[in-house]
Design a protein around this ligand. Structure first.
Ligand code: SF4
Length: 338
């Protein structure tokens, strides 16, 4: 069953310098028990998309200007703030990059989790404490009965992120939104947190929307991927589609900037040259045109339509238009051999 469906989402922010068109017609969906990764550079609109799902676009400057976000039976774009607050923390759990900002430094860790059981699930204090200790154990906190009474500053970064995951899971949500959940952690701890998220998903069948700039994290955790660039989803597919048969030059660039640990030869990592377009005044055509080595005249003027290669795999690129066939084969060949 489909947990989340976003259709033609537009989000913008009013600033002194004008209006930033941060999300420009995003479509995506998440099925029960699957992980969708949203990937892209900072400023591509991935975190704004996540905030929109949670009803956390800061008002009055931010505004959902169009489109629909359906979570289960709720149309999130039209719900009251009260209803959105109820859904957050019960039906949708959230994990952010910096666990320190998600935790209350003046409150014992155990009590922060108890609150959810007491306020949202109406359990007694004793029942809540039992559940909290069990949950701390589930997320890998050793000696949870003692650690229940500790404060966040007494935990390491990795352990704090485990506590944040416990809080996100307390009400047994059907959707977890994880925004760069491992970015602030060192590499070995990152691997442990990814393992934990994987195990949780397997055991609880929770759907996950994973926001990341790291394709290594995507390969580790995701089932499907949406690649975002300048507020638009430029390519979508299964992890296999994206890693084995990418169709968009921006995805080619992202893949070239990731080290291949299986390669015997020393590889040179490629950075994608240039900067994303100004979203105060987004380009009419393909937003990647200024950085794309294969840009054609049509790319500057017209935004390409979504082209489907299979039920799961699509991209927005003029190279994939039938009329550009010869050129697209040269480009794809160049990427394979380049
Ligand atoms: Fe490059 Fe044109 Fe494709 Fe955009 S549409 S990625 S500019 S080839």
């Amino acid at each position: 069953m489909r947990v989340l469906e976003i259709d033609n989402l537009h989000v913008s922010f009013k600033t002194r310098g004008g209006e930033i068109h941060a999300v420009r017609g995003v479509d995506l969906h998440v099925e029960d028990g699957e992980t969708l990764a949203i990937v892209g550079e900072s400023g591509c609109g991935k975190s704004v998309t996540a905030q929109s799902i949670m009803g956390m676009i800061p008002k009055p400057h931010g505004r959902i200007k169009g489109g629909s976000i359906k979570f289960r039976d709720h149309e999130m774009t039209t719900l009251s703030s009260k209803k959105l607050r109820e859904i957050r923390g019960t039906e949708i759990g959230m994990i952010f990059q910096d666990p320190m900002t998600s935790l209350n430094p003046t409150m014992k860790i155990g009590h922060q989790i108890d609150e959810i059981f007491i306020k949202k699930l109406k359990l007694s204090r004793d029942e809540a404490k039992k559940k909290t200790i069990k949950l701390l154990q589930e997320v890998g906190i050793a000696d949870p009965t003692t650690r229940y009474s500790d404060y966040s500053h007494q935990f390491s970064g990795g352990m704090r992120q485990r506590v944040v995951i416990a809080i996100a899971l307390a009400a047994n949500p059907s959707l977890l939104i994880a925004d760069e959940p491992t970015t602030a952690l060192d590499v070995t701890i990152q691997a442990q947190i990814l393992e934990l998220l994987k195990r949780i998903q397997l055991e609880r069948q929770t759907s996950i929307v994973l926001i990341t700039h790291d394709l290594g994290v995507v390969a580790e955790l995701a089932d499907r991927v949406s690649v975002m660039y300048a507020g638009i989803v430029v390519e979508s597919g299964t992890v296999h589609d994206l890693f084995e048969s990418p169709k968009h030059p921006y995805t080619w660039g992202l893949l070239k900037s990731v080290p291949n640990i299986h390669s015997q030869e020393k590889e040179r990592l490629m950075a994608i040259e240039g900067t994303p377009p100004d979203l105060f005044d987004p380009p009419m055509g393909c937003p990647f045109a200024q950085r794309c080595p294969y840009a054609m005249e049509v790319c500057i003027e017209y935004l390409p339509e979504k082209e489907f290669f299979s039920e799961s795999h699509s991209a927005r690129c003029w190279l994939q238009d039938k009329r550009a066939k010869g050129y697209s084969e040269i480009a794809a060949g160049g990427e394979r051999h380049g």
